[in-house]
Write a new protein. Structure first.
Length: 318
């Protein structure tokens, strides 16, 4: 399920970000996720009919768990904006394996420290394979970069690295807000549904500040104003809306799976969507079409290393 939802999102991710309206659209879709997620959580836990997020959450959960989930949304939002900018600068086939791959490495390590589940030897062997894949991606990227756009591409690579470092921490905060036992949650801690709601609240509210800053001081392109949002086509906006909803569904499945697989394994498996993004970048968007002879071998090695890494992360829980 995680792979299916992330597959859909990787296409919508690319289809909508270049328009300049992606941030607004994707986070508008979060409002629907907030309502649906809260409704599901309330029905599952108590059958209550009220949809008051703040009141309901304050009655059931500790302030530390609420802050942790909201902070996870803010951290993810910062990293996601950087990731989108790096896609614009360096391309999807580079930004995803470098940015999200680095986030996978840091995320697995931080979540495992907080909640050690799975065979550490196999788990970190998988992480090592992902690191190798990142290195091969960077090498292949260097071969295709021309002198004329080297500055732009290097900026994209640096932005992807920053995105990965920041993104590697969001799941640790989110996991810290959740109970290990979803059937009988620890008092004050949340289940995946309620944690996802508060994560979405943090992401959505922080977007008014973060997106405004990026509009005024963009990482790539010219500054824009809020009025330009309404000049976008319906197709652009729909891609953004569906991209946000599909991604949230994928994260929801990942959180639910963590109850059995453990947070580190579940997070690592969810990041397997990076390979789907690379497939889009290499075969659909032709981002390495002008690469010199021998680059394909590097890309194949990167694919194999990343896939082996994901398989080992899955095997760590067996």
């Amino acid at each position: 399920m995680i792979f299916i939802t992330r597959f859909m999102n990787s296409f919508l991710h690319q289809a909508s970000f270049a328009t300049g309206y992606w941030y607004y659209d994707r986070h508008r879709s979060v409002r629907l996720v907030i309502l649906v997620g809260l409704a599901i959580d309330q029905i599952a836990q108590s059958g209550l009919s009220s949809l008051s997020v703040i009141y309901y959450s304050a009655q059931l959960f500790s302030s530390s768990s609420l802050i942790s989930a909201i902070l996870a949304g803010i951290v993810f939002n910062i990293s996601n904006i950087l990731l989108v900018a790096s896609i614009n600068l360096a391309g999807m086939a580079v930004a995803f394996p470098v940015g999200v791959g680095l986030a996978l490495v840091l995320g697995v390590i931080t979540t495992y420290i907080g909640n050690p589940q799975g065979d550490p030897l196999i788990l970190f062997a998988g992480v090592a394979c992902v690191v190798i894949a990142i290195i091969f991606t960077a090498v292949a990227y260097g071969r295709v970069t021309q002198e004329s756009d080297k500055s732009r591409r290097n900026k994209g690579l640096i932005t992807a690295i920053l995105a990965g470092i920041i993104m590697g921490w969001f799941f640790r905060f989110l996991a810290g807000s959740m109970s290990d036992n979803f059937s009988l949650p620890t008092t004050g801690l949340m289940t995946p549904y309620s944690a996802l709601v508060m994560f979405a609240v943090g992401l959505f509210l922080s977007n008014f500040v973060l997106n405004t800053l990026v509009m005024k001081k963009p990482i790539a392109g010219e500054p824009v104003n809020g009025k330009m949002y309404f000049s976008g086509s319906l197709r652009d906006h729909v891609c953004g809306w569906f991209g946000g909803m599909i991604w949230c569904v994928g994260l929801g499945f990942s959180l639910i799976a963590s109850g059995q697989a453990g947070y580190a394994v579940s997070y690592g498996l969810g990041q397997g969507a990076t390979m789907i993004a690379v497939i889009w970048g290499v075969f659909i968007w032709k981002e390495f079409a002008s690469a010199p002879t021998g680059t394909n071998k590097l890309l194949i090695t990167m694919f194999i290393s990343y896939i082996v890494g994901i398989v080992l992360i899955i095997a760590a829980n067996q």
